[in-house]
Write a protein that binds this ligand. Structure first.
Ligand SMILES: [Zn+2]
Length: 238
């Protein structure tokens, strides 16, 4: 069963790669079938096996021999790992599909954010609706609504403060909707923990990579995953 979820995750990862390439470019995710973004050659099924094909082709297109970005492999590996760990945490419960859907949206959103510095509404708006709609299986509708409001509010407050203090945009509208979505799935307290943990991880990465500007979406996503899997830090306070 564990292996199955790893494989399903890898296959979804392959689909997330299609989404993250096509969504911001306003292309259909259903058609045309997979093709090399450089030479447009259609990709045969045996070259489209998640993780395996990338390794067999040594990260190059079979036809034009241009490099396939390493990020494609990384997304497939992350997706496989996330699906496996989420299954180990929740087992065959009603919460499993809810959190798999949540993490899937986070993976696609983060990949797009890391690449072109936006988090599309096509990810966050359906995510907010899904978080509210499935809340009766997880945290309850009241917590979900409050979580969305607090999530959006706190980022807007931070963004306003950042503008006032540093005269530059630290967080954008995409981050507001992303944390609103996270709040809808996790509630207000955990949304604040996510923001706190993401800032901490982001700070460390910023120092290690000596980067002035880092995208916040991937860190918010990473923090959400850690807190859902490891459990809410709030329990240590009560
Ligand atoms: Zn090619």
């Amino acid at each position: 069963m564990e292996a199955l979820f790893f494989i399903i995750g890898a296959c979804f990862g392959s689909f997330f790669n299609v989404c993250r390439y096509r969504l911001p470019r306003k292309k259909s995710i259903a058609s045309p079938p997979s093709h090399c973004p450089q030479c447009k050659h259609p990709i045969k099924w045996y070259d489209n096996i998640p993780i395996v094909s990338y390794c067999l082709l040594r990260g190059k297109c079979r036809y034009c021999h241009k490099k396939i970005p390493l990020s494609y492999l990384i997304i497939e590996l992350i997706s496989a790992g996330v699906f496996l760990i989420t299954f180990l945490k929740f087992g065959m419960s009603v919460k499993l599909p809810v959190y798999l859907a949540f993490f899937s949206l986070l993976i696609i959103g983060s990949a797009i954010d890391a690449e072109i510095e936006i988090i599309p509404d096509a990810i966050t708006i359906p995510g907010i609706i899904l978080g509210l709609a499935t809340s009766f299986l997880t945290i309850g509708i009241f917590s979900s609504l409050l979580g969305g409001a607090v999530g959006a509010g706190i980022v807007m407050a931070f963004a306003g403060l950042g503008k006032l203090l540093f005269k530059k945009e630290a967080m954008g509208g995409g981050d507001v909707k992303l944390l609103a979505m996270i709040g809808c799935f996790m509630g207000w307290a955990d949304a604040l923990w996510v923001l706190f943990l993401a800032s901490f991880i982001g700070l460390i990465f910023g120092i290690l990579l000596r980067k002035q500007k880092i995208r916040f979406g991937p860190f918010l996503s990473m923090a959400s995953f850690i807190i859902i899997i490891a459990g809410s830090p709030s329990r240590f306070l009560l």
